[in-house]
Design a protein around this ligand. Structure first.
Ligand code: NAP
Length: 455
């Protein structure tokens, strides 16, 4: 049995682990387009959250099991097609995540100075695709739209004193840019109220613990409407009540006149960005909340608008999955349609695509923490193993060149797990020299040079 997994983030590694537990020694090729593994654990988790990143130790163990290979620097869909992979593996598990972002769909959104939060995150985490991105940090007023955990990360990285960031593995280019940042006020724009805030309490609380930062909360925003009261009373999840406690404490806290402020705007939605060549302001509308009739609460715009003088905007309203050539795609949901992880021809269809599976954000959408992917990947592998037991796995073509031969013939410079270990050591050595945990390599050509020099 040979399985290929596309994408070396948490879902990919947990899928490999689940296969290894069921069939020790199973041949697994984990394919990633970068020579560096770990997906969003490397390119998404905030640099000042090193504990969350320590999950890579679990992934290291998975990668050193017999039968496991890392095929880095291989772009599925470009260097090799999905069909070519399907012909060479009994099963292919797609775990390539949600690579792009959602837009707000408002006028002015394409002006310079308006960015996806996901780009900023990829930039400060040293993702090679975004190493050359620029953000105008000379602006004093910045808006972050959305109040999920990504919005928390972005607001915190913008607000945090540079000396606190120097102790992290934040990309060097970002450290330099943030050290001379003029950002003074960060407006967090939440379209609904505090009860509906998507962020988790530890992440929210961190904003109020930053040195040199005042958090501004209007106590009137914390007076709950009837729909929110009812929703809160019916909730099993304690997170919203805890968020509310944190916000109430902040609302009562006197401002210190700190150089930086995070201002929370609840029940507010951006309706337009303005500017002749770049963002010079944002119109927000006040929303009222009402029951959606299904136990939830929705925002409805009023005609009460106001201007915010922001020069930089990050929309943080969710990631979005992308289609991969040769794989069905549900464009509405931004996921690969599937039943229990088995890819189907279209959303709502029961017609499975033999040998093709999905796990992680490209299976279920961009929600959940790292650990959520463990259950998600295990469910997919359980389905895959049931298909194997039922004899529903396609036979392999034996008249084809191997995957290694195919990639070599195309001149693809595939990197291995031991190559990643070389890169890892190089990053840590650069970090030690600079008094930092690591200095990330952000250029693929340079990574390949280091790999070649150390083989
Ligand atoms: P998220 O948690 O889904 O939050 C998205 C936010 O965008 C919500 O506040 C949502 O508001 C808002 N939004 C959506 N559409 C909008 C629109 N058209 N206008 C205004 N606001 C809009 O997504 P995320 O922050 O991208 O995070 C993705 C996942 O990664 C989450 O599960 C998150 O917990 C996880 N994550 C975890 C950590 C951590 O554990 N430290 C760090 C980062 C990310 P509504 O609620 O009103 O829809």
């Amino acid at each position: 049995m040979r399985v290929a997994i596309v994408g070396s983030g948490p879902a990919g590694f947990y899928a490999a682990e689940s296969l290894q537990k069921a069939a020790p020694g199973i041949a697994i090729d984990l394919i990633d387009r970068l020579p560096t593994p770990f997906g969003l654990v490397r390119g998404g988790v905030a640099p000042d959250h090193p504990k969350i990143k320590s999950v890579t130790r679990v992934f290291d163990r998975i990668a050193t099991q017999p039968g496991f290979r890392y095929l880095g620097h291989v772009r599925v869909g470009e260097d090799v097609t999905v069909d070519e992979l399907r012909a060479r593996y009994h099963a292919l598990i797609l775990c390539y995540g949600a690579e792009t972002d959602r837009m707000l769909g408002i006028p002015g959104e394409s002006l310079a100075g308006s960015h996806a939060a996901t780009e900023f995150v990829a930039w400060y985490n040293g993702h090679p695709d975004y190493a050359g991105a620029t953000f105008d940090l000379t602006q004093r007023d910045v808006a972050v739209v959305g109040i999920g955990n990504v919005a928390m990360d972005v607001a915190r990285i913008l607000a945090k004193p540079p000396q606190a960031l120097a102790a992290t593995d934040l990309a060097d280019h970002a450290l330099q840019a943030l050290a001379s940042s003029q950002v003074a006020t960060i407006h967090l724009i939440a379209r609904r109220g505090p009860v509906q805030a998507a962020c988790t309490t530890p992440e929210l609380r961190e904003l109020g613990e930053l040195e040199g930062v005042d958090v501004v909360v209007d106590p009137r925003d914390l007076e709950l409407d009837a729909a929110s009261e009812a929703e809160l009373a019916a909730m099993e999840d304690r997170n919203p009540a805890k968020n509310l406690d944190v916000l109430r404490e902040w609302a009562a806290r006197p401002l210190t006149g700190a150089a930086r402020r995070v201002v929370l705007h609840f029940n507010a939605s951006p309706v337009a960005l303005h500017g002749s060549t770049r963002v010079e302001g944002m119109t927000i509308v006040r929303n009222r909340l009402e029951s959606d009739g299904r136990g939830g609460v929705r925002a409805v715009a009023t005609d009460d608008t106001r201007e915010l003088p922001v020069g930089l905007v990050f929309r943080s309203v969710g990631y979005r999955g992308k289609a991969l050539p040769g794989v069905p795609f549900d464009d509405r949901a931004g996921v690969v349609p599937n039943v229990k992880g088995h890819v189907v021809a279209a959303a709502g269809s029961q017609a499975v695509v033999p040998g093709l599976y999905v796990a992680g954000w490209i299976k279920r959408g961009p929600q959940g923490i790292i650990g959520t992917n463990k259950l998600c990947a295990t469910d997919t592998v359980t389905q895959l193993l049931a298909d194997v037991a039922a004899g529903d796995i396609p036979a392999l073509r034996d008249d084809l060149p191997s995957i290694d031969a195919l990639l070599a013939e195309r001149g693809v410079r595939v990197t291995s797990w031991s190559d990643w270990q070389t890169l890892d050591k190089a990053e840590q050595a650069r970090g030690a020299a600079a008094g930092r945990p690591r200095v990330k390599l952000t250029n693929v050509a340079e990574m390949l040079e280091i790999v070649a020099a150390n083989r």
